[in-house]
Design a protein around this ligand. Structure first.
Ligand code: PMV
Length: 313
């Protein structure tokens, strides 16, 4: 067994285009957000103390053996220990913290799981491909989200811009001209499974209506990818507006998201939309690099509880 201390990290993420439709096998584009991350520290613990999980952000201190099987952190550790086929529970101290706000569409759950999986497999010198890490995190996401598309675990584990279609090999996309984005948090927690579950119920009742919008989103994603790759930022902004209009139409937005989107556009953003599950969480605004600080300020004045400026390369 290793005696070394291990530290691993995983970034947050945003979905640029295609949320929700991606659950129904349409393409989506997502990028890592490295300004926020999850961190996992692992070190050996005294003999026979088993695995102690510490989450300082939550003020929690758990003994692995006492956690329910579906506990978000415990489930990851159990899953990895099964993979490693260890006969007895090792004596370890795992500390997990994160600067990614929870349930706001920034991939906090996937990032914490990714940092933990990477940490444990590094600690036990069990090499894993990035795809394997992503697959393990996907299994954990299923416990919490029901029917995740797999986009969160993929973009967080690979930490690169991803063109994603459910159950298909991933593709990275290139960025012709850097995109400056202001991410603004409504402060409203919105668990993904609720929004996804609600939309599924509505889809069950009128599939043609929703499938038509999912097709439109899928086509927008293809146009947006081309515009991003060729550096046509004006078209990227237009695609954001069109994607947002459809998300509003199918009941995914929220008055606070709409207010922030309007404020960003009025302040000169080239496009703006919600990002992630909707009904709260974060919105993103595509801006000229020089305008970013002022638009971030405008969004805070309009009620955003936090803003992040990030550049997609
Ligand atoms: O985890 P969030 O809030 O970014 O939402 C994920 C995006 C959805 O398309 C709504 C769900 C999914 O599994 O892809």
């Amino acid at each position: 067994m290793s005696n070394t201390k291990i530290t691993t990290t995983a970034p947050g993420k945003i979905i640029l285009f295609g949320e929700h439709a991606v659950v129904y096998k349409r393409p989506a584009l997502a990028v890592p957000v490295t300004q926020v991350n999850a961190i996992c520290h692992i070190k050996p613990a005294p003999l026979d103390t088993g695995i102690v999980l510490i989450a300082p952000d939550l003020n929690e201190h758990y003994q692995l053996s006492e956690l329910a099987a579906n506990h978000p952190l415990g489930a990851v550790v159990h899953h990895v220990l099964n993979l490693l086929q260890l006969e007895t529970e090792p004596d370890l101290r795992l500390t997990v913290s994160s600067t990614i706000p929870i349930a706001r569409g920034l991939g906090s759950g996937a990032a914490i799981s990714t940092a933990l999986v990477k940490g444990l497999t590094d600690y036990f010198k069990h090499p894993m491909t990035t795809q394997n890490v992503s697959d393990v995190v996907f299994e954990i996401e299923k416990i919490h989200h029901g029917t995740p598309s797999g986009i969160d675990n993929t973009v967080v584990a690979f930490a690169q811009p991803i063109f994603f279609i459910r159950e298909q090999p991933i593709e990275r996309f290139t960025v012709g001209q850097p995109l400056t984005l202001v991410i603004a948090d409504t402060g409203i927690k919105s668990p993904t499974y609720k929004v996804v579950g609600d939309l599924r119920q509505r889809w069950e009742k009128d599939k043609d209506y929703y499938e038509n919008y999912f097709n439109q989103i899928g086509n927008l994603v293809l146009s947006a990818r081309q515009a991003i790759e060729t550096g046509d930022i004006t078209t990227v902004g237009e695609c954001m507006a069109k994607n947002q209009a459809i998300l509003e139409e199918i009941g995914i937005s929220h008055p606070t998201l709409n207010k922030l989107i309007e404020a960003a556009l009025a302040a000169g953003a080239l496009g703006a939309k919600l990002s992630g599950a909707g009904w709260g969480g974060n919105m993103i605004a595509l801006v000229k690099a020089n305008d970013a600080p002022q638009i971030a300020q405008t969004l805070q004045t309009a009620g955003a509880v936090n803003t992040i400026i990030t550049t997609v390369h």
